[in-house]
Design a protein around this ligand. Structure first.
Ligand code: NDP
Length: 583
């Protein structure tokens, strides 16, 4: 593989300074967090995903013509996926291996791909190494073109999976599931859609993604803006043109500086007459260590190379006896202190990189993040910071406050009106809701959201008692992985194993027992309480914008290795964790 000049900073930085230095930085982090919490005590309620009325145009699919009329579908399938992104694709591949033939994907978009269908903004790419991120590379005999894959390649890979596993045949696109109701007499799910369909399925898999519904900040006057505007996940190429030449004579504004904006801004800066970047909290920008795949390396890859690579990544970190003894001798407080100091060192290196690249000192200072790395999604880009050296690019740093007002001509900050032709919202997505557009009613007609009202209750984040034959992917109480597709593959393999088990034993339904569910809820709570890191982080979607009381409503923090071990333990002892029904 090729060596690139600048290596990513990552978290491998050694703390070498007096403790006072780190304590002072932690104080500054706390001040920055508190300022933001004071501006927005309403937490997640600062956003809206309700695109009814005047906001409906922000959710319209710009990539497909209006859905053609069709007759409602009234049939029965064995497995039905709600959503057609990676969750559905990689689970389907495993189900096919187990001989499941009747698989339907119901998807809102006009094709498979999920997040890679919707996110087509200029510069869209994935920050996880492509050889790890793109699933089923062994099965498809495909090696990604570059170390990091760009959006179009990933979208094409999704389509290739759907073709290989014959998933287009029964798929229903431009269709939204509106209700999923369990029929205990028939041991079947009844699925209704916005196209009048009334389908039945033995097994239903909620594969609706972790970040799928766009959200907008509730900004006063947002709907009064007279210029053009859209959300990054609904990029209007008819307006910008595919090469962005439509922006040559336009004054463009973008709200938000998260992972999406970081990728879109370099292209916008190069294309627009003027670009205003409205920043509330800066992202951390590390080196993007990219290169084209070496064809000789690719040619020599042995069969099954990706599964071996993934198996290695899932292994528990190995320590020498000396390292283990050193760890054991350290108090939990000391361990946390060392981790934090190393984290602060890494962030200081991120700061130094900004100073080295961004010429204007005030702009460089404004671009510096003041929080622990990983409090927000870390970003990797080589053109983002240099974009701020362009004379046509202007950073409007709102110092944690954000844009709170938009008038006919554009956003207003500190009394100044920014006149724009186009305003782009890079304000992110609603997080991890099971059944976002959909009401799920299990045994006794209880809606899943009502069951969750006092706190989420699942087994492994996948099963919820009282919802037989329903599987949830990418939801809370599952592990979190920077490489999300690896986590989804672990869940997909588990779900396929459960369905296979039920089919082989002639069971009509499989449901988590109350005891198994309670065990998992307690596991989640136990591991979430390990550190107060989430609480100390600057607000963002990782910590529910600072709504701290939700202890069981997060991810399982016991580590991915442990999570995978639990999955295989449960698979080995199905009878102890599930109740089965035989007709
Ligand atoms: P995010 O939720 O990460 O970012 C939203 C941005 O909008 C934040 O910068 C937020 O500021 C800002 N914002 C919200 N309201 C206002 C306001 N009123 N004024 C100014 N700014 C405002 O969404 P993204 O779409 O960027 O990313 C979502 C996730 O998608 C990522 O975290 C990542 O998991 C994934 N992704 C991954 C990519 C990759 O692999 N490289 C690329 C793109 C996305 P604040 O921080 O203060 O809340």
């Amino acid at each position: 593989m090729k060596e690139s000049k600048e290596k990513p900073i990552g978290l491998a930085a050694r703390p070498t300074r007096p403790q006072e230095f780190y304590d002072n930085i932690k104080r500054k982090y706390a001040e920055e967090r508190d300022r933001r919490l004071n501006y927005r005590p309403n937490g997640t309620a600062q956003y809206t995903s309700d695109f009814s009325g005047a906001l409906s145009r922000y959710e319209v699919d710009p990539y497909a013509a209006e859905a053609p009329a069709r007759e409602p579908i009234n049939d029965t399938v064995e497995v039905l996926f709600i959503g057609g992104g990676f969750s559905a694709l990689l689970t389907s591949a495993r189900l096919r291996e187990h001989g499941v033939e009747s698989i339907r994907i119901v998807e809102r978009g006009a094709d498979v791909g999920g997040t890679w269908y919707w996110n087509r903004y200029p510069g869209v790419a994935c920050d996880v190494v492509a050889y790890d991120y793109l699933p089923l590379l062994d099965e498809l005999d495909y090696v990604p073109k570059d170390h990091y894959a760009r959006g179009p390649e990933i979208f094409a890979h999704c389509q290739a999976i759907a073709r290989k596993y014959n998933l287009y045949e029964l798929a229903t696109f431009q269709t939204t599931v509106t209700s999923t109701v369990w029929d205990p007499a028939e041991q079947m799910w009844n699925i209704a859609t916005d196209r009048g369909d009334r389908m039945k399925a033995r097994f239903v898999i909620c594969a609706n993604g972790t970040l799928s519904k766009p959200k907008l900040a509730k900004i006063k006057g947002l709907e009064t803006f007279k210029g053009h505007s859209f959300h990054t996940s609904r990029w209007d190429y008819a307006y910008t043109r595919p090469d962005l030449s439509g922006l040559e004579d336009k004054v463009v504004g973008i709200i938000g500086t998260g992972a999406t904006a970081v990728q879109a801004i370099p292209g916008l800066g190069a294309a627009a007459k003027e670009l205003y970047v409205f920043q509330r909290t800066p992202s951390s920008i590390d080196v993007r260590d990219d290169w084209p795949t070496d064809p000789n390396w690719a040619r020599r890859l042995p069969q099954g190379w990706q599964s071996r690579r993934r198996a290695l990544a899932r292994m528990e970190p190995q320590m020498t006896d000396a390292q283990k003894a050193k760890q054991a001798a350290m108090s939990p407080e000391e361990k946390i202190r060392r981790q934090e100091n190393a984290n602060i060192e890494a962030m200081m290196k991120i700061h130094q990189r900004i100073d080295a690249i961004v010429k204007d000192k005030a702009t460089a200072d404004a671009l510096k993040p003041w929080y622990m790395l990983m409090c927000k999604r870390p970003c990797f880009h080589n053109d983002y910071l240099p974009t701020f050296n362009r004379p046509n690019v202007h950073l409007v740093d709102t110092k944690g406050m954000g844009i709170t007002e938009i008038e006919e001509k554009g956003p207003v900050f500190e009394g100044k009106q920014y006149e724009l032709d186009v305003l782009i919202y890079a304000t992110g997505f609603e997080v991890q809701k099971t059944g976002i557009y959909n009401q799920i009613k299990g045994e006794n007609g209880l809606e899943l959201n009502d069951k969750y009202r006092e706190g989420i209750r699942t087994l492994l984040g996948i099963h919820s008692q009282g919802y037989p034959n329903l599987f949830i992917m990418g939801g809370y109480q599952a592990s979190f992985q920077f490489n999300l597709t690896d986590m989804l593959q672990a869940q997909g393999d588990h779900i396929a194993a459960c369905i296979d088990y039920a089919r082989r034993h002639g069971f009509q339904s499989i449901d988590a027992t109350r005891e198994a569910e309670e065990w998992w809820v307690q596991e989640v709570i136990k591991h979430r309480g390990k550190t107060s890191r989430n609480q100390e982080c600057t607000p963002g979607y990782y910590n529910f914008e600072g709504e701290f009381q939700r202890r069981q409503d997060g991810n399982y923090n016991g580590g991915f290795f442990q999570y995978c071990s639990h999955l295989s333990e449960v698979q080995k002892r199905m009878d102890e964790h599930f109740a089965f029904d035989k007709k």
